[in-house]
Design a protein around this ligand. Structure first.
Ligand code: PLP
Length: 478
């Protein structure tokens, strides 16, 4: 614990990202494992060695000056929850192999449905009252949630009599790469370029899925004898935070009648902000989706890994993954308890809900709202600076804690700025490419994502200072 406290306190003084060469760590380790262990009494020394060789060569994702990618946030209650989980080290594959592991997760999933303002159809405790069989579980990541959603979607489709070799998936060109990866895992794409069964739809001018384009693609495929199986919409795309119009997408799906494809909503990052009622409109239409995921490990003070995954029809999910050899037969299972082994790829599962329970109990709904609001306010401070700085231009609208911008002038300046800023290591930001303007020219953008737990106003000032210095060095055109 002393080490953990020391590390967290040191974050302020550390560079966020150092400059490392491949092989630096490898070069400090023996080629093979030691035959004779040092013994438990050497643990202090080993922690010191780990500090020097490994910890100093990490990117410090929980530094208050980490503005890259999307955040990966933790907190003391989450760390303690994780610690307890590793101490008890249970395997909650079946309800009976650790009843509290499953029941805690069931309740926390329902709590979180409340927390994010989701409808009753996703809840264990209320979905039957609205004629469904909903519920949720914690997946490791949003990518794993997508695989789970995809096999459930396929199960529903083939149960209706569809030929599994004809099923197709739809998403936008701004969706996360995990959609294509899930299609590859599920055998719907041979490689990342294979578009025979995956339609990557051109997004609209605001980089959202275009429902008209979706309808056109779906109808064309039906005409060609294919079977639309799934639509993956995003609330908060990775590059710019764009929000696909869930209601309009649901209208397209509804027009397909009984053969409607499954709709999965990927709200991995932005979804966390729906703890605040004022940000919930982005999820309007999610009450018509079949599944949805939000990652508290990104922006809700719960350390990696923790993705919340809800389905409206849990039988489609469990039927797609349930297999019961003799050694897993269990009277409680036969009586219909929730056995989470059927909800994801792995059989075994750890006590993962405890850290989230600790976070929710410690901070409460109010504390989590304050956390999100403070980050959105800090992002506004940065956005105001971008707007008044003549050498850069904001791209689209700020989305919650995410601000995107380009450097005016030649197209490679933005990427050079990001490299220049990160090279100094005081702050870290990232870059992406998106189609911009009527010509849809693919351009580099710089992304600043505010979301690490300890970020303060002074860190935004450091960020502004570093970007200003970077602009000076690359000679951005005014
Ligand atoms: N979906 C979106 C919108 C993301 O931004 C990301 C990652 O940043 C993912 C999915 C993948 O997340 P994970 O690492 O949980 O698989």
């Amino acid at each position: 614990m002393a080490w953990a406290r020391g590390y967290l306190r040191s974050l302020d003084d550390r560079e966020v990202c150092g400059q490392f060469e491949w092989g630096e760590v490898l070069g400090q380790m023996e080629d093979g494992p030691p035959v004779h262990g040092l013994g438990i009494e050497a643990i202090e020394g080993l922690i010191g060695e780990a500090d020097e060789v490994f910890i100093d060569r990490l990117v410090h994702w929980n530094s208050p000056r980490f503005f890259a990618y999307f955040p990966c946030s933790n907190s003391v209650p989450a760390i303690l929850g994780e610690l307890i989980s590793s101490v008890v080290n249970v395997n909650g594959m079946l309800w009976s192999t650790s009843p509290a592991c499953t029941e805690l997760e069931v309740r926390v999933m329902d709590w979180c449905a409340d927390l994010f303002g989701l409808d009753d159809g996703f809840r264990f405790d209320r979905s039957e009252k609205v004629g469904g069989r909903g519920g949720g579980c914690i997946q490791g990541t949003a990518s794993e949630a997508l695989v789970a959603a995809m096999v459930a979607a396929r199960r529903r489709c083939t149960k209706r009599g569809a030929d599994r070799s004809k099923v197709t998936v739809y998403t936008s060109d701004q969706a996360h790469s995990s959609v294509i990866k899930a299609a590859m895992v599920c055998g719907l794409a041979d490689d990342a370029e294979d578009r025979s069964r995956v339609r990557v739809l051109e997004s609209d001018h605001a980089l959202r899925m275009d429902p008209a384009e979706l309808e056109r693609a779906v109808r064309e495929d039906i005409e060609a004898g294919l079977v639309p199986m799934m639509v993956v919409a995003t609330v908060g795309t990775t590059s710019t935070g764009a929000v696909d119009p869930l209601g309009d997408i649901a209208d397209v799906i509804d027009r397909l009648g009984d053969d409607r494809p499954w709709c999965h909503v990927d709200a991995a990052w932005a979804g966390a902000a729906s703890v605040c009622p004022e940000f919930r409109t982005m999820l309007d239409g999610a009450e018509r989706a079949d599944s949805l995921c939000i990652n508290p490990h990104k922006w809700l003070l719960t350390n990696f890994d923790c993705d919340l995954f809800w389905v409206r029809d849990r039988d489609a999910l469990t039927e797609s993954m349930s297999i019961t050899p003799a050694y897993l037969r269990d009277p409680a299972s036969d009586a219909g308890v929730v056995d989470y082994r059927d909800w994801h790829v792995a059989l075994g599962r750890r006590l993962r809900a405890l850290k989230l329970w600790m976070v929710i109990r410690c901070f409460g709904v109010d504390g989590l709202r304050a956390h999100i609001r403070s980050h959105v306010e800090l992002a506004e401070v940065f956005e105001r600076w971008v707007i008044q700085e003549p050498r850069v231009e904001v791209v689209g609208d700020r989305m919650l804690g995410l601000v995107c911008f380009v450097v005016n002038g030649e197209s490679d300046l933005t990427k050079r700025l990001v490299e220049e800023v990160n090279r100094r290591g005081r702050v870290m930001i990232t870059h992406s490419m998106v189609p911009i303007g009527d010509e849809r020219e693919s351009r580099s953008i710089a992304r600043v994502s505010v979301g690490t737990p300890g970020v303060r106003r002074e860190d935004i000032e450091t960020l502004i200072e570093e970007i200003g210095r970077g602009l000076d060095r690359i000679g951005g055109a005014i």
